[in-house]
Write a protein that binds this ligand. Sequence first.
Ligand code: ATR
Length: 273
Amino acid sequence: SKHYAVFGHPVAHSLSPRIHTAFGRQTGIPVDYAAIDAEPGQFVHALGDFASRGGVGANVTLPLKQAAFSLCDDLTERARRAGAVNTLVRNGDTWHGDNTDGAGLVRDLTDRHALDLRARRTLLLGAGGAARGVAPALLDAGIGDLYIVNRTAQRSDALADALGEPGRVHPRYLQDLPSMGEFDLIINATSAARDGGIPSLPRSIIGPRCAAVDLNYGEVAILFLAWARASGCHDVVDGLGMLVEQAAASFALWHGVRPETDAVYDSLLARHD
Ligand code: ATR
């Protein structure tokens, strides 16, 4: 039988098995989807083992998205632009890599949260796998200029370079934030809150119609979104909807059917409140 799984480290609390099982029930497709913990150094081995046991599709989460990108034999255009893979599809003896994170985020923001992203002056905090995954789709969705700020400047420079739109994408230093003006969209793509803190941010970055988005969900998203709300942001959105939307896109790739996401999103929201 065909197996599916999410790989991550840690992965025990991943909601992906529940989401894919719910999509399977909804579409009448039997889904066998597990969570597999793999440290970065063991990922290639764990994935090979999975394939030999009938694994045909996998999601990849923190901190393995860039490692997944490196092991794929071929990639979609959006995965190549992101330099990160969140969805693997077995193709004979090889892995095909895609990235559904960015499309998932844009769908969640525009459809579920009714945000018009066009021309928004945007600040992206972070330049790791999560930031890489969403940046191309945000640009394609028609945001205005994109400013990338990261603790390690080398990585924001590299991401800005990789996006290949120098007129529109600007890497900046964390310490430049107070003089960078107001934004209409601020996205926290750092994992800082997982170690207990977010970088300290000046209020001056929040414009009058600013939306704040945290790609994390649950407790990890609370710090940044509480700061954003207290600083005057009207729209604050966590990453739960993106999680459900990227899962739906992965499900469609594997099973050829796009599931409906609202019921699953609502049930997860109820659990988290
Ligand atoms: P992910 O897949 O979640 O993006 P990652 O590739 O490890 O994971 O990237 C984590 C991101 O969070 C990076 O942008 C990281 O900054 P560095 O590139 O400087 O490491 C950022 N980050 C993690 N902890 C942070 C902290 N305490 N303060 C600021 N940024 C932090």
